[in-house]
Each structure stands twice: as structure tokens, then as C-alpha cells.
Design a binder for this molecule. Structure first.
Ligand code: FO1
Length: 316
């Protein structure tokens, strides 16, 4: 049953990509649909860059720079250096081979193709059989309010290196779900909320019109993996954001955000003491190793998630 389970995974970037790379070792990749955040997308040098889609794409293709978690392994920066010599802003690093992806995506979009069509074409070109769906074909943009005003997401995340406390988050654009998103959710055997940032990775996916409601209606169990372990984020600013936005900085703080949406919650061994507090939120808790340090650990986390889903299904 496990190998043929239809899995839908709500995804941000690096954490989700790593989770997916373990999941495809356990289930048939063709049965996996990744619904990926597009609210980090931005134009640089006239090119449409979709960081989270590319992180998932490159990771599943086995081409990602594993140290950074994004971009292509062994990529070079000749274009970036040439642009800097011309006086252009280069705070957002785009590698030479990575630029080919953005040039191709932008050209296809200008020809009138949708982001989901372009994403499917890129997945084919990279030999990725997981179904990659942008959460929306419409523009959606995360904005972060710092003490000195509202910032574009990448301005806050990369240019200012998340140094500013995030006081408020909003998503601009009336994004409708991309074709296939709501159907995949309705037909899923398991819906997974990846170990991604709940505010700026999963938040925008849930803010796409009808997505949250589709998940609430779906018969499949919904399992989330905590991106916070021992009070710290596995990667990125999730812990600092929990604090600045008024949540407890722990897996429990994340569970409170997902209350009412998630049936089962996977937390790390070192957070075992939080289990009873999460349980009272109406979630079945699984305590297991969640740090994805190697392929075996990623595969083991995927198995943990699938058995948590099985447990949640059996309980209903
Ligand atoms: N993250 C950085 O911290 N600095 C960068 O210069 C940067 C460039 C970049 C280029 C292409 C791409 O696909 C991702 C890139 N990222 C960079 C990662 C990205 O900003 C974030 O991982 C996501 O937007 C948050 O999930």
C-alpha cells in the first residue's frame, strides 16, 4: 500500500525538498504531487525566478548544492561578476547554469505559457517524475513588515539576511490554485505539510483561494512535520519569526498554528516532552528522529510520516 499511496506534499524550499528526496525512496515518485510556494518568486535582471520550485526541482534531480540547499552544485558566477562590474545589484546570487533555468522559464512565460506548464516542462527536462505544481499560476507575493516598514520577501530574506524582526506577514495577489492543485488534494491518500517555515512557506500556499478548505474537506489524513527541533529552526528564520510574531518558539508553537488543519504531528525525539501539549490540540503525535542528515534519515522520516498517516486514518 505504502509504495502506491498518492501523496500530496505542501512545500516551501530547502526543508521540503529534502523531505521529498526521502519520500521518493519509499513511494512511487509518480504518485507524489508537490504543491510548492510561489510567493517568494521575484524578478531579477528581467527574469522570473521561482526559488522554491527550483530548490525542489534541483534537489529531486540530484543537482542541488547540498551545502546551501539551493542553486546548482558546482555552478559558477561569471555572469554575476560581470553584472557587478557593470554596476548592477547582485545581492541575489544567480549562478551561470541556474540562469539558464530562469531565462527558459521567462521566455516560456512571455510566450504565454502558464507557470504550471513551464514547471512541468522543466521537470521533464530535469528528469523529475514527481508532479511539481506551483501553488498558483497567479502572482502572489509575501511581504514582511519590519520596524522600518514593509519589505519584499527576498529583500528581507536575502538582502537584509533576516536581520529585521518580522512584525507582520501578508500575501499580496488574489492567487487562485493552479490546475490540478485542488484535485490532487481531494484525491490524496496522504497530505503532508513539509518541515518548512509555517509563516512564509506553508502560509502562502494555504492562502491560495480554496486550498485550506480543500485540505479540510479532503478525506486523507494530514500530517505535519515540525520544522523546529529543540527550540531551533532546522534552517532559516522560523524560530526568530515564531518569537517576533508572538508564538512559543517550539514544535508546540508550530502545532498551534496548524491546529484544526492537521491530524497528526511529527516531532523530534528531543521534543518528546511537548507531546502531551500537542495531543490536547487534537493532533496525534509521533515522536521520532526528524533531522535529515543523510539519505537514510530522510527515508526514515518519510516512513515515519506515512505510518503517522496510517495511524491517523485508523483512528477515524
Ligand atoms: N538564498 C540566499 O540566502 N541568498 C541568495 O543569494 C539566494 C539566491 C537564490 C537564487 C536562486 C534560488 O532558486 C534560490 C536562491 N536563494 C538564495 C534561496 C531563496 O532565497 C530561499 O531559499 C527561498 O526563497 C526561501 O525558501
Amino acid at each position: 500500500m505504502i509504495e502506491s499511496a498518492r501523496c500530496v506534499v505542501l512545500c516551501g524550499g530547502v526543508g521540503a525538498a529534502r523531505f521529498l528526496s526521502g519520500l521518493v525512496r519509499v513511494v512511487d515518485p509518480a504518485r507524489v504531487t508537490a504543491i510548492v510556494n510561489v510567493a517568494d518568486d521575484e524578478e531579477f535582471h528581467g527574469l522570473h525566478v521561482s526559488p522554491d520550485l527550483d530548490t525542489v526541482l534541483y534537489t529531486l534531480a540530484g543537482l542541488v548544492d547540498g551545502t546551501r540547499g539551493w542553486g546548482l552544485l558546482g555552478d559558477t558566477d561569471a555572469v554575476q561578476r560581470a553584472l557587478a562590474r557593470l554596476g548592477r545589484d547582485t545581492w541575489f546570487q544567480l549562478g551561470d547554469r541556474d540562469l539558464a533555468t530562469h531565462i527558459h522559464r521567462t521566455a516560456l512565460l512571455r510566450e504565454g505559457r502558464t507557470l504550471s506548464e513551464v514547471t512541468a516542462a522543466l521537470a521533464r527536462a530535469f528528469g523529475v517524475t514527481v508532479r511539481l505544481l506551483p501553488s498558483s499560476d497567479d502572482p502572489q507575493a509575501t511581504k514582511v513588515r519590519a520596524d522600518d516598514g514593509w519589505l519584499d520577501f527576498q529583500e528581507w530574506f536575502v538582502r537584509r539576511a533576516t536581520r529585521d524582526a518580522a512584525r507582520e506577514i501578508r500575501f499580496e495577489g488574489d492567487a487562485r490554485p493552479a490546475p490540478g492543485v485542488l484535485d490532487a488534494i481531494a484525491a490524496a491518500d496522504v497530505i503532508v505539510v513539509a518541515p518548512s517555515n509555517p509563516f512564509v512557506s506553508i502560509g502562502p500556499v494555504l492562502a491560495v483561494a480554496g486550498v485550506r478548505e480543500a485540505i479540510e474537506r479532503a478525506p486523507a489524513p494530514v500530517v505535519a512535520v515540525s520544522p523546529i527541533v529543540g527550540g531551533e529552526a532546522l534552517k532559516g528564520p522560523a524560530a526568530a519569526m515564531l518569537a517576533s510574531l508572538g508564538y512559543e518558539v517550539s514544535a508546540l508553537g508550530v502545532a498551534r498554528i496548524y491546529r484544526g488543519l492537521v491530524d497528526a504531528f511529527v516531532i523530534d525525539d528531543r521534543d518528546a516532552a511537548l507531546a502531551p501539549h500537542i495531543d490536547v490540540l487534537g493532533m496525534r503525535v509521533t515522536v521520532a528522529p526528524t533531522i535529515m542528515r543523510d539519505a537514510a534519515a530522510k527515508e526514515s522520516l518519510a516512513r515515519t510520516v506515512l505510518s503517522a498517516a496510517e495511524g491517523a486514518r485508523a483512528a477515524t
